[in-house]
Design a protein around this ligand. Structure first.
Ligand SMILES: [Fe+2]
Ligand SMILES: [Fe+2]
Length: 172
């Protein structure tokens, strides 16, 4: 998937812009996805640090991004588990694969194998934001459908968000 599909009118310093394509309608999740957009753009900007600082600046931005992705994935799973999302297991597996791929790519980057930070961030954008636009959108559709059917109440959704919000970022 082309990352450009996700950038409506990005500024020069942005590789990804928040878009309705990512909207789940779940406040906690949308807030975390927006933070992912911010951290991704910070990582992208880190690619343009001066040569001497590049390694350090990029590594720091990279670890903030990875930590946040793990934190978000866990919070999201907690939410999905609380609402008894039927595709919970496959969603969890997708998160695991994504983390594995990101860590492998970051490791290769650390080893300096023909590493082009800019390209690496594009790949990362592609992985993370296509997951959100496709698979997170699926549970979002499920939630609205259940609400329509009366099988899920706003109160229950808020409770699930509340329990997911207990996930702490400093664990990662
Ligand atoms: Fe997500
Ligand atoms: Fe997800």
């Amino acid at each position: 998937m082309d990352y450009k599909n996700y950038t409506s009118t990005p500024k020069a310093s942005e590789i990804v812009a928040w878009s309705s394509k990512f909207m789940t309608g779940i406040e906690l999740i949308d807030g975390q996805h927006k933070e992912l957009v911010n951290l991704t753009n910070e990582l992208y900007n880190a690619c343009f640090a001066k040569d001497d600082d590049l390694q350090v600046v990029f590594k720091n931005a990279m670890s903030r991004m990875v930590e946040y992705v793990r934190f978000h994935f866990n919070a999201e799973l907690k939410f999905l588990n609380t609402i008894n999302y039927p595709d919970y297991s496959s969603h969890r597996k997708m998160h695991e694969t994504l983390i594995k791929n990101i860590l492998e790519a970051a490791k290769e980057a650390g080893e300096g194998k023909k590493f082009v930070p800019n390209n690496f961030v594009r790949t990362l954008v592609d992985w993370v934001f296509s997951h959100i636009a496709v698979y997170d959108k699926q549970y979002s559709a499920y939630v609205s459908e259940q609400v329509k059917k009366g099988a899920l109440t706003t109160k229950k959704i808020k409770e699930a968000e509340h329990s997911a919000a207990l996930e702490k970022l400093d664990k990662y």
